[in-house]
Design a protein around this ligand. Structure first.
Ligand code: FMN
Length: 248
């Protein structure tokens, strides 16, 4: 397989891993995958991110609880917390005696996008070492307590966590929506959408039926209507504001 084919095969073989062997991850690998993360593109070169590497059992236990009792956070050898981070920029502007304007929602988006690109690069690099992982949005369930636990300063917001370790499972790949439903040429197309969603429901229901031994029989549409029927993380806005982003 050529190097290019290897890259595409890595991308197309993604699946989230939630069960890990006891094998630890060497510091050399951690250093290398974090460096790979840093080579992600970054808006205006602001590099508005940091990552906290958590190996401490007690901290991981606390984080598992804060993230909604997700046991794999406690079980994985390494848990990363990816943080949108403007602390260093704030320090620079303060030392320079110049205004620090990050009040607009735009800046939080910049930080969240930068952080997500960084995190995905880290995951891909980790997978190239035979590691597996899963991103954890549950880190935003109680962002204030997470911030307290790992001493996050002002101007930082946890965006996602990531469990990493050597896989102890080989889950099926979760089927994605048909490419035609997410790919548009020249203008946004909506005519085929109902049929595309129906087709995806057939495929995804089949996947869930097999993966859950028949416990779940409905498909993606049912999952999404249920997901969007609830308000989520309503207290996150207050935390974000308390960290210095007024979301103007
Ligand atoms: C930002 C983000 C947050 C996520 N948060 C969680 C989480 O808290 N717990 C979890 O088990 N999976 C989480 N996931 C994993 C998704 O559920 C998973 O990627 C999706 O269902 C598709 O499955 P796959 O990754 O195996 O293809 C998250 C994924 C992303 C990108």
């Amino acid at each position: 397989m050529s190097e290019a084919e290897g890259v595409r095969a890595l991308l197309k073989s993604h699946r989230s891993i939630r069960r890990f062997t006891d094998q630890s991850i060497s510091q050399e690998i951690i250093d290398d995958i974090v460096e790979c993360g840093q080579w992600a593109p970054t808006s205006h070169n602001v590099q508005a991110y940091s990552v906290i590497c958590v190996r401490d059992k007690i901290k991981k236990q606390a984080l598992a609880r804060l993230c909604g009792n997700q046991r794999y956070i406690e079980e994985c050898p390494v848990f990363f917390i990816f943080v949108a981070d403007f602390f260093r920029h704030a320090q620079l502007c303060e030392a320079n005696g110049t205004p620090f304007e990050v009040e607009e929602t735009e800046n939080l988006l910049v930080g969240a996008v930068d952080t997500a690109l960084f995190a995905e690069n880290v995951l891909l690099a980790a997978r190239s070492y035979g590691l597996g992982g899963v991103m954890i949005g549950g880190i935003r369930n109680d962002a204030a307590q997470v911030a307290k636990l790992v001493n996050l300063p002002k101007w930082t917001v946890p965006i996602m966590g990531m469990c990493l370790g050597y896989p102890a499972q080989e889950p099926w790949q979760k089927p994605r929506i048909a490419r035609a439903a997410i790919y548009h040429e020249d203008t946004y197309q909506i005519e085929q959408l109902p049929q595309q969603l129906q087709d995806y429901d057939t495929v995804s229901a089949d996947y869930y039926r097999k993966r859950t031994n028949g416990h779940r029989t409905n498909g993606w549409s049912a999952g999404m209507t249920s997901y969007f029927g609830e308000i989520r993380r309503a207290n996150l806005t207050d935390f974000i504001k308390s960290q210095g982003f007024s979301l103007k």
